[in-house]
Design a protein around this ligand. Structure first.
Ligand code: ADP
Ligand code: MG
Length: 620
C-alpha cells in the first residue's frame, strides 16, 4: 500500500497557522502595531483603507531591519525575541512567537520597506501567498513601513466571512486603543480612508485616557497606585458617577499587554460595589506589572488570555488597591494598605464601603477639619448621594463562576411582596381590563379584569410598546419625527463616532435625523416624536451607551440591538406620574402589541392575580 502522509507546502501551512493569529484585519493591526512597539518606535502611524480589507499599513520609526532580517522575518517561527525555552518566562516584548509576519504573508499581499538605524539604504520586499515576488535595495526612512493588502485574497471563504466595513473598523479601533492606551509615551495615529481618526500626542497615562475616552473624564479620574515586592498596580478608575451602562471603557494590562479577565474584572467591580448603580460599569484602566516568570502568556495565540501563578492573590490585590483609592477619594478614614491577612479580613477592607458609611464619615468633625484643598479628588458628598437612586444601591450580584468569599448576595430586587410567592404570568388576551386604572408608587398600574386584577409594570409595558413600534418602522411603517427647534451638535469620543456612523441609516428610519459634521461631531436635526425638545442629544448618547452594552451579546443583529436600545432609552421610567388618560393609552397600546406579556428582554410586563387564588391565600 502506498504511503499517504505528505508534508504540507509552506504556503498552505502558513495559511492554516494564520487561521489562529489573523482572523480579521484587526488581528493584523494588533500584530503590526506590536511589532512597531517592540522595535522601539516612538512614533507609530496606522493607515487603513476599506476597514483594513484593502489595506493595513503601519509606519514606525523603530530600529528597522537588515536585509537578511527583513527576508527572515517572514519565515515561520522566525523571531529575534526569544532564543530558548527559558526566555519564554522572561518576556519583555509584545511578540515572541515569530508567527505574525509569516501568517500575514500567507494570506495577503505584503510590501515591506525597512532601514536599520544608521544605514544608508534600506530593503524593499514584496511577498504574496508566502512567495517573495521582489526584493531590492530602496531609499527609505529609518524604521519600518509595512503594508498588508487585500487580506484573504487567496482564501475567498475567509474573505467572505469578514463583517461589514463599519464592524471591521470598530474591531480595528478597539485593537488600536488597547495598544495606544498601554503606551502613552509613544505617538500614535490612525487614518481611515484618508481621514485621520486618532492623533494621539505623547503624554501621561491620564492624558492618553482623556485623548481616547473623551474629555468627560477630565477631573473624573481617581488614581490607583500600590507597590509590593510581588507586583505593582497603577492606573486610573473613573469616579463612581462616571459609571456607564456599557462595559466598554474597561482595560486591564499585564506587563503592558491588554488582557481579558472576567476574574480580575470582578475584583474591580467588587471594589465598586455599593458605590455605583447595579448593571452599570465603571471606567478603569489598570496596569499590573509583575515578574514575567509568575505568569504564562503563551496560553492563547493572540495572547489575550494569560495564566497567573497565583490568581487569588492578584484578585485580592486588585480589589484592595481599587478600594483603597476609592476610599481615599471618598474621604474615608484611611486604611493602611497591606496584604496582611488580618487586615484583609477586617470589616473595613472586606465589607463594601456603602454610601451610608461614606455619609457618616464625612459628617464627622474630623472630616470637617479636613479641608477640601487637601483632597485631590474631592466630591460633593451629600448632594451626590441624594441623587443616587436608593433602589439601585442594593448589593450587586454578578454572574460569575466563583462565589466563595466574594461578598455576593442575592439582591431582593425583583421579588414580589411575600404573600404572592408565585405570581402567575398572565397570558396576553385582548381587552383584559375593565373599570378604572390606579397608579401605585408611580410605577405600577393596577387594573381589574374578569378573573381578578393585573399589575402592570409601566416601564416594562412601555418598553414593549416602543419596541414593537420601532420594529414596525423598520418594516416600513413611518414613525413621526419632530424637527428640533435648534439643531444640536453632539461631539463623541472617536470610537463612539465610528459606531454612530455605522448606525445612522437605521437611526434615520427610527426618527433620528443625524448627520456627520466632521471631526467626531454630528448634528441632530430631528428626533422621534415624544423626546422632549432639548433632550435629543442626551437621548442619543444613552442609546449609544445601551447599544454598546448589548454589543457584548453578539447573538443580536445590529438592528435588533438598536431597537432594544431605543425602546429601553425612551420608555417612561418607573417613578413617573401618569394621568388617567396616559394610563388608558398605555394599557390599550400594550394589549395591541403582538406580544404583551414580556419585554423584548424577557422581563414580565404584568402579573395576574386571580380571585380564586387570592381566596385560597386568605384561607377561603
Ligand atoms: P514576533 O514579533 O513574535 O517575533 P513577527 O512575525 O511579528 O514575530 O516578527 C518577526 C520578526 O521580525 C521580529 O522578531 C522582529 O525581529 C522583526 N520585525 C517585525 N516587525 C518589525 C518592525 N516593525 N521593526 C523591526 N523589526 C521587526
Ligand atoms: Mg510580532
Amino acid at each position: 500500500m502506498a504511503d499517504i502522509i505528505n508534508l504540507l507546502p509552506e504556503n498552505i501551512a502558513n495559511q492554516i497557522a494564520a487561521g489562529e493569529v489573523i482572523q480579521r484585519p484587526a488581528s493584523a493591526v494588533k500584530e503590526l502595531l506590536e511589532n512597531a512597539v517592540d522595535a522601539g518606535a516612538t512614533e507609530i502611524q496606522l493607515f487603513v483603507n476599506d476597514a483594513g480589507k484593502a489595506l493595513v499599513q503601519v509606519i514606525d520609526n523603530g530600529k528597522g531591519m537588515s536585509e537578511t532580517d527583513a527576508r527572515m522575518s517572514f519565515e515561520r517561527h522566525a523571531t529575534s525575541k526569544i532564543k530558548n525555552i527559558d526566555d519564554l518566562f522572561h518576556i519583555k516584548t509584545m511578540g515572541f512567537r515569530g508567527e505574525a509576519l509569516a501568517s500575514i504573508a500567507g494570506v495577503a499581499q505584503v510590501e515591506l520597506k525597512s532601514k536599520k538605524t544608521g544605514e544608508t539604504v534600506g530593503t524593499y520586499i514584496e511577498i504574496e501567498n508566502s512567495v517573495v515576488k521582489r526584493q531590492e535595495p530602496v531609499a527609505t526612512d529609518e524604521g519600518t513601513n509595512i503594508s498588508m493588502k487585500n487580506l484573504f485574497f487567496n482564501v475567498p471563504a475567509r474573505r467572505n466571512f469578514l463583517k461589514s466595513n463599519a464592524s471591521e473598523l470598530r474591531h480595528i479601533v478597539d485593537e488600536f486603543i488597547r495598544i495606544a492606551m498601554a503606551f502613552p509615551s509613544l505617538f500614535f495615529s490612525l487614518t481611515s480612508n484618508g481621514q485621520e481618526v486618532f492623533h494621539l500626542e505623547k503624554g501621561s497615562l491620564k492624558q492618553r485616557i482623556i485623548q481616547i475616552l473623551g474629555n468627560s473624564y477630565s477631573a473624573k479620574l481617581v488614581s490607583v497606585k500600590e507597590e509590593t515586592d510581588y507586583l505593582n498596580i497603577y492606573g486610573f478608575v473613573g469616579k463612581p458617577e462616571t459609571a456607564k451602562k456599557t462595559r466598554g471603557d474597561q482595560y486591564f494590562f499585564v506587563n503592558n499587554r491588554f488582557i481579558k479577565s472576567a476574574y480580575l474584572n470582578h475584583a474591580v467591580m467588587n471594589a465598586f460595589s455599593d458605590m455605583i448603580a447595579k448593571d452599570s460599569f465603571p471606567m478603569y484602566t489598570l496596569f499590573i506589572d509583575i515578574d514575567p516568570s509568575r505568569l504564562d502568556i503563551n496560553v492563547h495565540p493572540t495572547k489575550q488570555e494569560i495564566k497567573f501563578e497565583d490568581e487569588k492573590l492578584i484578585y485580592a490585590f486588585v480589589q484592595s488597591a481599587v478600594k483603597h483609592s476609592l476610599a481615599q477619594y471618598s474621604v474615608t478614614p484611611t486604611l493602611d494598605f497591606d496584604l496582611d491577612i488580618s487586615i484583609q479580613q477586617s470589616d473595613a477592607v472586606s465589607k463594601p464601603f456603602t454610601p451610608e458609611k461614606q455619609y457618616s464619615a464625612t459628617g464627622t468633625s474630623l472630616y470637617k477639619t479636613f479641608t477640601q484643598k487637601n483632597q485631590a479628588h474631592f466630591i460633593e458628598t451629600k448632594s451626590d448621594l441624594e441623587t443616587w437612586d436608593k433602589n439601585l444601591l442594593k448589593q450587586n450580584s454578578y454572574d460569575t463562576p466563583f462565589t466563595n468569599n466574594l461578598e455576593i448576595q442575592n439582591g431582593q430586587k425583583n421579588d414580589f411582596p411575600s404573600p404572592f410567592k408565585n405570581p402567575v404570568l398572565a397570558k396576553a388576551d385582548k381587552n383584559p381590563t375593565s373599570g378604572s386604572l390606579i397608579q401605585i408608587q408611580k410605577s405600577f398600574i393596577v387594573a381589574e379584569n374578569e378573573n381578578g386584577f393585573i399589575v402592570i409594570h409601566q416601564q416594562n409595558a412601555h418598553e414593549r410598546i416602543l419596541y414593537e413600534r420601532f420594529a414596525e418602522a423598520m418594516q416600513g411603517k413611518p414613525i413621526s419625527v419632530q424637527r428640533s427647534l435648534f439643531p444640536t451638535a453632539i461631539e463623541l469620543a472617536p470610537a463612539d463616532s465610528v459606531l454612530l456612523n455605522e448606525l445612522i441609516p437605521d437611526l434615520h428610519i427610527l426618527g433620528y435625523q443625524v448627520e456627520p459634521f466632521g471631526n467626531h461631531t454630528f448634528i441632530i436635526q430631528g428626533s422621534p416624536a415624544g423626546i422632549p425638545d432639548g433632550n435629543e442629544k442626551d437621548s442619543l448618547e444613552k442609546i449609544l451607551e445601551q447599544y454598546k452594552h448589548f454589543n457584548m451579546d453578539i447573538s443580536f443583529s445590529k438592528r435588533e440591538k438598536l431597537l432594544r436600545s431605543m425602546a429601553w432609552q425612551q420608555a417612561i421610567k418607573a417613578g413617573s406620574f401618569l394621568s388617567e388618560k396616559e394610563m388608558e393609552k398605555l394599557v390599550e397600546d400594550l394589549f395591541n402589541c403582538k406580544i404583551s406579556n414580556t419585554t423584548p428582554n424577557g422581563k414580565p410586563v404584568f402579573l395576574e392575580f386571580k380571585k380564586e387564588e387570592m381566596d385560597k391565600m386568605f384561607g377561603r
